[in-house]
Design a protein around this ligand. Sequence first.
Ligand code: PHE
Length: 469
Amino acid sequence: MEKKQRESWGSRLGFIMAAAGSAVGLGNIWRFPYMAGTNGGSAFIIIYLAFALIIGISVMIGEFAIGRRTQLAAVGAYKAINKNWTFAGVLGVISAFFIMGFYPVVGGWASAYILKSFTGLLSNPAAIGDAFGAFITSAVEPSIWLIIFLAANIIIVAKGVSGGIEKAGKILMPTLFGLLILIAIRSVTLEGAGGGLEFLFKPDFSEVTGQTLLAALGQAFFSLSLGMGCMMTYGSYLNKSENLPSNALIVTLLDTGVALLAGIAIFPALFAFGVEPAVGAGLVFVVVPQIFAQMGTLGIIFSALFFIALTVAALTSSVSLLEVVVAYLMDQRGWERKKSVYAAGGVMAILSVLSSLSMGVMSGFTVLGVGIFDFFDILTDKIFLAIGGMLLAIFIGWFVKREDLEDELTNGGTIKFGLFNAWYALMKYVIPLAVLVVAVMGILSIEQTGLMIFGLAVIAVLALFSKKL
Ligand code: PHE
């Protein structure tokens, strides 16, 4: 059989927009503010930034390198280099399914709120919190929205790498940046906004615990789309003349920049209107409309714009999660792109509807002590991604030839990567140790012990049967 030419990105900008599109998502705009809010604000933010800029960037360079070197998505890439490591790729595909078991639910909420901004949501500010609660706990409405959201994913990914994913990223990402900057300016110019800026930028490290560290590490991995083969998959479509370290730097800076921008858009307004920062997962959906409700007609427009931005950001990320599974089915199982997209999308629809129902009618049903939505969320964010990132670092530091890495990162010696030695030492020693310490401290202090043990057991079983995968 003749080998088909691998799909590839059409341009450098297209790749950066797609990779930044994957990174920038609900993680930055929905999760980052409430994680910062519930973990004490600025100390959490500084730790998160340190993790993102040291560990995150290094792991991203590693994922790009392995993906482009092997020209294969996660599972195939590990397998091609060392069969004992196939499991690390499989763990990534499982993570993709699990994240897509809750991500479309929130993506659906965001899409619904575009419309709701116009249909009276803002007219009664006092009822916004209850309206959100009623909406997400109902059975049918959020399910319909998540299916619409998933359908958009399926359409984009079915069109392929450069025709679908890259085009969408190139249009949607700049739109998002523009909108966020606009909202941030509005927010910091409100009277009383100073408290929010202080909350964001004046650290108090006395409240930092093992939990905070794990939350910040998980957030760094989640937000940068690392630890589950996503950037590896995107790297596999990258041409040999691209500078991998500099691309990783750009993507990381864009991603952390957007997270901070989202913080600046939300917290000053929050303080200006006297709302509690620690309200949790509903933060964006409850607080943002409440903020805009006090601004009249202009508020309706800002609110709609905000939720368009959130939907857009979510879409360019979920597309990359779907692509991880699709690329696996194409590379390892030889399936056609369309068939892979429909099959993977179908499974994700079922998981997401269950997650959505777990907010309401199925709230009594728990797995290892948590509802289905939290099961997928906690398991990926608190265990799978961090361990996935650690496995990648160990793999690169100890199981890939140093010369091969240097060759890949310098494009065969044609470009310079001055920090190669530092990067290599980070991957080989520092990152595995750092992640291990943080993970142990965090896991020990976490309430859901059953869930943690389950997660670790899944990884152990996969590792044992690696050669059979
Ligand atoms: N980085 C995305 C976000 O911040 C989520 C994501 C995680 C995407 C893992 C791909 C892989 O929302």
